[in-house]
Write a protein that binds this ligand. Structure first.
Ligand code: SF4
Ligand code: SF4
Length: 173
């Protein structure tokens, strides 16, 4: 059976809470009550492998237990890389990436956005570019050396503006 065919394929599991019901109604949060807390997601997670503070199973548990404020004010839901490795292995077809998107959407609406994330958003909104040194001629030069087309179909006006702004130290306008 494909994932598209599933209807009530998995049962709900307790506990639930008003917060987990809230997440359930948010786009992406529909499957949260199917979690059986097996821990396969944490065992599969690349972020969890590099930091002990990030434990996706535990984060789901906190939602199920209704720890709304703690979850929404935490940076942890923002650490998910959306790689979906956990989803490949979850026997209950729980989409943690989508659930954490739902959590982040609620958190953002209520003004809980980690400072680092907010700074990136502000930079993109202001400059249209995320990293100060994100553009260089090196890709074009390398391609030229190899006899390849150097026009990669980017928005050249945009790139020129960014290059002027960040590489050539020109006018910010
Ligand atoms: S792998 Fe799935 S069922 Fe197991 S703890 Fe993670 S989300 Fe829950
Ligand atoms: S989707 Fe998120 S929680 Fe799942 S393995 Fe990737 S980083 Fe970890």
């Amino acid at each position: 059976m494909s994932k598209l065919d599933k209807t009530n394929e998995h049962e709900e599991h307790t506990p639930s809470s008003s917060f987990s019901r809230e997440i359930e109604k948010e786009p992406g949060g529909a499957d949260i009550q199917h979690c059986i807390q097996c821990g396969m997601c944490t065992a599969s997670c690349m972020v969890a492998s590099v930091t002990e503070k990030y434990r996706p199973r535990k984060l789901i548990q906190k939602i199920l237990l209704g720890m709304r404020e703690e979850v929404l004010t935490s940076e942890l839901p923002w650490l998910c890389m959306t790689c979906r490795q956990c989803e490949e292995r979850c026997q209950e077809d729980v989409s943690l990436a989508e659930i954490f998107h739902a959590v982040r959407n609620i958190a953002a609406r209520e003004g809980y956005i980690p400072v680092g994330v907010q700074k990136v958003v502000d930079t993109v909104m202001e400059d249209g570019w995320m990293l100060k040194d994100g553009y260089s001629d090196f890709i074009e030069d390398d391609r030229d050396d190899l006899g390849l087309h150097t026009d990669l179909g980017w928005n050249n006006e945009f790139v020129k503006k960014i290059k002027k702004r960040f590489i050539d130290g020109g006018n910010k306008k």
